[in-house]
Design a protein around this ligand. Structure first.
Ligand SMILES: NC(=O)C1=CN([C@@H]2O[C@H](COP(=O)(O)OP(=O)(O)OC[C@H]3O[C@@H](n4cnc5c(N)ncnc54)[C@H](O)[C@@H]3O)[C@@H](O)[C@H]2O)C=CC1
Ligand SMILES: O=C(O)C1=N[C@H](C(=O)O)C[C@H](O)C1
Length: 252
């Protein structure tokens, strides 16, 4: 478990340690290196854990600029990976998929491992089949370093694979400040708001004629309990997968 003393990783490490279906054999947390965390030896880096400890699956809830290297190191060392950390792009995921397939190993990534978020994603994908106009807004805590959120990015990539939304004025050619029309992820406009009082909210908004449909997922990012069932399910299922599988809804 990488990020084992973090907000999400702490709760998830405790859940792995308590669940008889799993053995938590190693944690990675720089601040607790050399100690025991949730009954498992703790290492300063993923590279060290890969050399020193035996495990089948690396679960990563660390940070955007570390997760790609962790994933590639784990695949190189013959381990499966569950990616909770946000910030990876579609190009990063393509490289991870290639590496996992070449090694005949599984990787599961989900922008959000909460069941409620998986359902929001699935309902939004259903709506995108029928409706031509859609955009996404994500709201998160001010200290979040990546944008959009992993939840919004995965949603935009998947909605954009269903169809490119309609525009009357291409956002890239708008007069004034094009950035104010949001950022494009796979052709879908995403707007990221980072402010105190927000925790983790993603809204997909659709329009048809003079009517609108909005689908919103709200979570309190101060509590990670909601991530536990989805992450544990991914850690089981990743053993039977080859290549990269994205989206908790695809595992349910
Ligand atoms: N997929 C999902 O359902 C969710 C994903 N996340 C994502 O998980 C990540 C972590 O989020 P939080 O737990 O809220 O953050 P956090 O900051 O509370 O925890 C991250 C932990 O990782 C550690 N860390 C950072 N870089 C590291 C490295 N190179 N090696 C080892 N440990 C390292 C930090 O010291 C910290 O303890 C973020 O990218 C966040 O967006 C968060 C919640 C849900
Ligand atoms: O607080 C965060 O950071 C979170 N990140 C995830 C994301 O990027 O989608 C989702 C989560 O609910 C909180």
């Amino acid at each position: 478990m990488a990020g084992a003393t973090g907000l999400s990783g702490g709760t998830i490490a405790a859940a792995f340690a308590a669940d008889p279906r799993f053995d938590l054999t190693a944690c990675v947390a720089r601040s607790s290196a050399g100690e025991q965390v949730q009954g498992a030896p703790c290492f300063a880096t993923v590279a060290e854990a890969l050399t020193e400890a035996e495990f089948d699956v690396l679960v990563d809830y660390t940070q955007a600029d570390a997760v790609f290297a962790h994933t590639m190191q784990a695949i190189d060392a013959g381990r499966r990976v569950v990616i909770g950390t946000s910030g990876l792009t579609a190009a990063d995921y393509a490289k991870i998929d290639d590496a996992a397939r070449a090694a005949r190993l599984g990787v599961v990534a989900s922008g959000n491992f909460a069941l409620t978020a998986a359902l929001m994603t699935r309902f939004s994908l259903m709506a995108a089949e029928y409706l031509d106009w859609f955009e996404i807004i994500d709201y998160s805590r001010p200290k979040k370093t990546d944008a959009p959120t992993g939840t919004a990015r995965e949603l935009a990539e998947r909605m954009g694979d269903i169809k490119k939304p309609a525009f009357e004025v291409d956002p890239a050619t708008v007069k004034g400040e094009p950035g104010l029309r949001g950022g494009s992820v796979n052709g879908v406009q995403v707007h990221s708001i980072r402010m105190p009082s927000y925790s983790a909210t993603v809204t997909s908004t659709f329009a048809a004629g003079n009517s609108r449909l909005t689908i919103t997922h709200d979570a309190d990012s101060h509590s990670a309990d909601i991530l536990v069932p989805g992450t544990l399910l991914a850690a089981q299922k990743v053993m039977g997968i080859t290549g990269l599988l994205r989206g908790l809804d695809n595992l349910l």
